[in-house]
Design a protein around this ligand. Sequence first.
Ligand SMILES: NC(=O)c1ccc[n+]([C@@H]2O[C@H](COP(=O)([O-])OP(=O)(O)OC[C@H]3O[C@@H](n4cnc5c(N)ncnc54)[C@H](OP(=O)(O)O)[C@@H]3O)[C@@H](O)[C@H]2O)c1
Length: 301
Amino acid sequence: MDVLVIGASGLLGTDLVTALLEADHEVTGLGQSELDVRTLAVDDEDAVRHAVGGHDVVVDAAGLPPEAAERHPSLAFDVDAVGAQLVAAACARTGTRLVHVSSADVVAGHPQGSPVPVTAPLRPLGAHGRAHAAGEWAVRASGADALVVRAGWLYGAHGDCLPRMLAALARETDALRVPASWAGQPTWTVDVARVVVGLLEVGAPAGVYPASAMGWTDRFGWALEVWESLGRDLDLLEPVEGEDPGDDHDDHDHHVEHDGPVEPPGWSVLAPQPLRRLGVEPVGPWRLRWQEAADEVLAGL
Ligand SMILES: NC(=O)c1ccc[n+]([C@@H]2O[C@H](COP(=O)([O-])OP(=O)(O)OC[C@H]3O[C@@H](n4cnc5c(N)ncnc54)[C@H](OP(=O)(O)O)[C@@H]3O)[C@@H](O)[C@H]2O)c1
């Protein structure tokens, strides 16, 4: 297949390009400077053909990571929702298959307890979740032949993510306070990329697909796992129950969370079933996948 990857320079995009190349697909990767999804002129036939024409598949991995989205909610909406709409419209117009990368936070407002199936209604939390929920709606309404791939708590070797941030903080500080309330599934970008390649290769029907690792933890449990991989004393991590990630903290207080709006504890936990039905292996348990990924993700830090 000839695949165009938008957002190819990002944490996820870099591993998507690698996985597609390894599976012998032709790949064109674009960063924001080559194609800004907010400015795709979908009413201009020539512009659309120039942007996405000639490819069998467009993978839209452009967007803001969650922390940046909470800091810049309008920009997040412009890229993750409006940009997604424009890419989907271009794909619909040219009859090009679309893989749209979404987020587990589109269902984070469901009550904590059971993993959320793809059939559940969207209940986003936070600016990141809301922008992606709007993006999903726009993609579904576009008429494009679209695979919507949801994942959350991404980590990888090619960009900012919690393990790499903790590794940097571990050099500067002895003790860290970590909010504990939000639950999710730490997921290696290499695994998401494998799921995307698998879905394309089995010719999966249009729909929504989970690509998060199995099982779940809270942010503190995730930080503990990384801290242990860094060889640091686990007693130096302190959970902060019910802390608002939107609070500003003074510079002497080391937190792994970021500025953002007040939200109730989130539940970004996806059920994996639809992948098995198609013959695509779901991502394994998050802790085992982290043990496999840790050396590569933390290399050079
Ligand atoms: N990180 C996570 O934990 C997480 C979780 C769930 C969902 N997601 C979603 O997954 C997608 C990829 O995230 P990521 O973590 O890989 O982010 P990332 O490392 O920041 O990469 C984002 C990519 O999108 C590109 N981009 C940003 N704005 C753009 C625009 N206006 N037009 C075209 N390209 C643009 C960037 O290009 P430049 O580098 O050239 O600016 C970069 O290639 C995003 O939609 C994100 O919301 C991420």
